[in-house]
Design a protein around this ligand. Structure first.
Ligand code: PRP
Ligand code: URA
Length: 216
């Protein structure tokens, strides 16, 4: 089982984007909130790209030939609607030729406060023998990502699975490791706590509502 990659374990300008996402005085600017997620998605995409397979190619320039190591494959990108969309856009900005899959999933909360994840719709290109990068802004309990990935893996023979989130909880990472032991995990930050309603603390609040408006 691989160790998760945690972006804020190394100081970089990415910390500023993460701070603005969390900051209650800044995050109400929806455009900036979405744009900061997009930037973090692109940074994680760059990090993941370092682990893909490469082969040397000779490229003809006007003055000679350059030997360049180029990726052998384009990963397929996926996200869970709706909160994951801006983060996913960041991955698409980097893996410009990749195909995308979209999954609709939501928490169905019971009277007791417990919840199930309901997967409503999957729209995907062929994932057989593909590298899949599935991104979602928040990895809280990890239930959404596990259910969605298991559903995709039941339908397709996915070669490599990368899971990316902006903020993960410790519990969520444990849940992913226990249920998807082969998945590689990429996150910008890990928080220790969750509320009784499974919101990450300190987290950033409700990612979907902040990006797109409160649900009715
Ligand atoms: O790890 P989990 O406990 O499963 O929670 C994570 C899910 O919660 C968020 O979506 P949310 O439920 O806020 O819905 P939305 O995308 O419709 O806003 C987030 O985008 C994940 O999909
Ligand atoms: O902290 C959390 C957990 C789930 N969904 C969110 O939007 N935020």
């Amino acid at each position: 089982m691989s160790v998760p990659f945690i972006l804020n374990h190394t100081n970089s300008i990415a910390n500023l984007y993460l701070a603005e996402l969390r900051d209650v005085n800044i995050q109400s600017d929806k455009a900036r909130f979405r744009r900061n997620q997009e930037k973090l998605g692109t940074i994680l995409a760059y990090e993941i790209s370092k682990t893909l397979q490469y082969t040397n190619k000779e490229i003809q320039t006007p003055l000679g030939t350059a030997n360049i190591s180029l990726p052998v494959i384009q990963p397929v990108l996926a996200t869970i609607l709706r909160a994951g969309l801006p983060f996913h856009q960041g991955f698409m900005n980097f893996f410009e030729q990749s195909k995308s899959a979209f999954i609709t999933a939501c928490r169905k909360v019971k009277k007791s406060g417990a919840f199930n994840i309901q997967v409503d719709h999957i729209s995907t290109p062929d994932l057989n023998n593909k590298t899949l990068i599935i991104s979602d802004t928040m990895l809280a309990t990890g239930q959404s990502l596990v259910i969605v990935c298991k559903e995709l893996m039941a339908q397709y023979n996915i070669t490599d699975l990368h899971i990316a989130a902006v903020i993960a909880s410790t519990e969520g990472i444990t849940h992913i490791k226990a249920n998807l032991p082969k998945a590689k995990i990429w996150v910008c930050a890990v928080d220790e706590e969750m509320t009784s309603k499974a919101y990450i603390v300190p987290g950033l609040g409700d990612a979907g509502d902040l990006a797109f408006g409160e649900k009715v």
